[in-house]
Design a protein around this ligand. Sequence first.
Ligand code: ATP
Length: 295
Amino acid sequence: MIALEAAGLGKRYRDTWGLREVFLSIPRGRVVALVGPNGAGKSTLMRVAVGLSRPTTGHLLVFGQAPYGETLERVAYVAQDKPLYDEFTVGEMIRVGERLNPRFDAKGAIRRLNDLNVPGRARVHTLSGGQRAQVAITLAVAKRADLIVLDEPLASLDPLARHEVMQGLMMAVADTGMTVLLSSHVIAELEEVCDHLVLLSRGRVQVAGDIEEILQAHRLLVGPAGTVPGGSYEVIGEHHTERQTSLLARLSGPIHDPRWTARELSLQDVVLGYMRSPDVTLYPPPVLAERGDVA
Ligand SMILES: Nc1ncnc2c1ncn2[C@@H]1O[C@H](COP(=O)(O)OP(=O)(O)OP(=O)(O)O)[C@@H](O)[C@H]1O
């Protein structure tokens, strides 16, 4: 079952295209890292996915349906500024959630916030940034949604709070099997928890797919300066010193040249490599993506 599917999706704001010709197919149950430089279109994609913004071209389907009306009962969204009512207590926020959502798990929310030492009597404006993020995510999880969309939940949190927020989220995912779409600039931390990547660049998808497959396809090729390795690959980025050449490459076969070594890369290395070369073509190539869709 496909959780999120976009075809020819575009969103125009007056003179700017926030998204252009976006094609995506994300299976259910994936934890998706949505990354890209500032202004790449991450928030726009999320707002379209939760029905807050309508596409200018193409479409985006959530569990096979347009994200309006009843479909939205299956979707929870935490916006970048984590909107909570400042004067409400945490307990009151839970009661609001209960009123607004028929499937709301109030007991689960109270238990989770207790475990996280977030006091139910505290007013929202007295909470730290990390506690606010925990409350916002807890309320979203308690909605028992099938898709949870989180716009930069880690922004402005210290490393410990970031770790705790991600850990709490992963516990919720393990309990419910929901699909998560999570935007962030903290790529190293995403690698621990996400299994799918969507990299946007200038409103287009530059890389999309399962992280394991993406890492498998990319290598840092290192060899003597002034030579090029034999084999079938595409260069995403390159770096030269007097003696050595390093190529961030997408391989479609083995490298045969014994003077060259192929080193594994972290997700951060791959993402930064693509971000430095925003014009590099789509991965996987469109034909492969279509075949994947059929399968
Ligand atoms: N309401 C709007 N009106 C006009 N232009 C907009 C609006 N929202 C977004 N844009 C433009 O659309 C593009 C994509 O913006 P978006 O906020 O989706 O990017 P982002 O990847 O979330 O960025 P960031 O990492 O900075 O949060 C940008 O060029 C932005 O200026």
